[in-house]
Design a protein around this ligand. Structure first.
Ligand SMILES: Nc1ncnc2c1ncn2[C@@H]1O[C@H](COP(=O)(O)OP(=O)(O)OP(=O)(O)O)[C@@H](O)[C@H]1O
Ligand SMILES: [Mg+2]
Length: 320
């Protein structure tokens, strides 16, 4: 029984679906062109975009490439009539804030769609409040509605451990977990659930919910970025915004990142993005303050050291 009466997943709905009933089963002596299948699937575009656009995260990228390979090889095996149950792809992403979990989950949804694993390949991102109600009878419809929206794609549950409150017996989170467990088992060919959050809290959540632990096939951890990686991320982000750093600004950026990393509320790549937004504000104000001189493209697109040095990050060290 599925958790509710909506179960698509018919292969015919998906143009990329592996099992094409019209396709003849190949004989044992036939061969298939793996390279051509790979090119047709478009996975290389996703994987190389992932490599280009996301700095670091080597273990994460490796795992994604392995999953892609597995799904492609599974499709080739099916051509010969060798069928294994579809692999379970529910995942858990652990890591500190701003380490790329949400970003990678979106890429994953796209990849799984291209490989014919997911019909739609969209991502529905939720937290406890989207799933758990406040009164009796409120939680099940809420959770089912979210699952319905996510069908054919990825259901991304951020800070998943808040679903479970050990200290509160009358909490409705348990009800949401029960429904999720059923769907993760029964609809695993049409929905991928990704649980995300901090490693230690997630560990405690799994200890208290072994059913959840056993349904998650991939535990992927997102390490904090090194200063060098944060510099590269800043470079990508600033280029994406149509700016560049002056040579002096690059030096100050490194000092900034070294200091920022040791301060409270550091959120890896998200802190870099926020710092760059503030640098843009200071850059614009600086240009307007010097508005009597003519301004060229270079001035309009160059972040200077002063735009970063005005940050509070540089004050605290001196006053400390
Ligand atoms: N490796 C990376 N390379 C380039 N940009 C990155 C990288 N990782 C994260 N970013 C950027 O940093 C920002 C934050 O990333 P994201 O939201 O994916 O982090 P998160 O792990 O989901 O954080 P949180 O736990 O706070 O939700 C996004 O703008 C994302 O594009
Ligand atoms: Mg996130």
């Amino acid at each position: 029984m599925t958790a509710f009466g909506f179960r698509p997943g018919a292969a015919g709905l998906n143009p990329a679906a592996p099992a094409d009933p019209a396709e003849e089963v190949l004989g044992p002596d036939a061969t298939v062109d793996l390279a051509a299948a790979r090119a047709r699937s478009g996975i290389d575009e996703v994987l190389s975009a992932l490599d280009r656009e996301l700095v670091g995260l080597v273990p994460v990228k490796t795992r994604i490439a392995e999953i892609a390979a597995l799904l492609l090889v599974d499709r080739m095996r099916e051509r010969f009539g060798v069928s294994a149950p579809r692999p379970t792809l529910h995942m858990c992403f652990t890591g500190n804030p701003g380490t790329g979990k949400t970003t990678v989950a979106m890429r994953m949804a796209d990849l799984l769609h291209r490989l014919g694993y997911l019909r739609r390949g969209h991502l529905v991102s939720v937290t406890r409040d989207d799933l758990v109600g406040e009164y009796v009878g409120h939680t099940a419809p809420k959770t089912k509605e979210v699952i319905k929206r996510a069908m054919g794609g990825v259901l991304f549950i951020d800070e998943a451990y808040y679903l479970y409150k050990a200290e509160n017996e009358r909490d409705y989170g348990g009800e949401a977990i029960e429904i999720l467990l059923q769907v993760m088992e029964n609809n695993r060919d049409d929905l991928v659930v990704i649980l995300a959050g901090y490693a230690d809290k997630m560990g405690r959540f799994f200890s208290a919910n072994p059913g959840m632990q056993s349904r998650v096939a991939h535990h992927i951890s997102f390490p904090d970025y090194t200063v060098g990686e944060l510099e590269q991320i800043a470079g990508l982000m600033i280029a994406g915004l149509g700016y560049r750093f002056s040579e002096e600004a690059k030096v100050v950026l490194r000092q900034y990142l070294n200091r920022r990393r040791d301060q409270p509320w550091f959120a890896n790549a998200r802190s870099v993005r926020n710092a760059l937004e503030r640098a843009r504000l200071r850059h614009a104000r600086r240009l307007l303050e010097q508005a009597d001189a003519p301004v060229g493209l270079d001035a309009l697109t160059t972040i200077e050291a002063v735009d970063l040095l005005a940050s509070r990050v540089f004050e605290t060290r001196e006053s400390a």
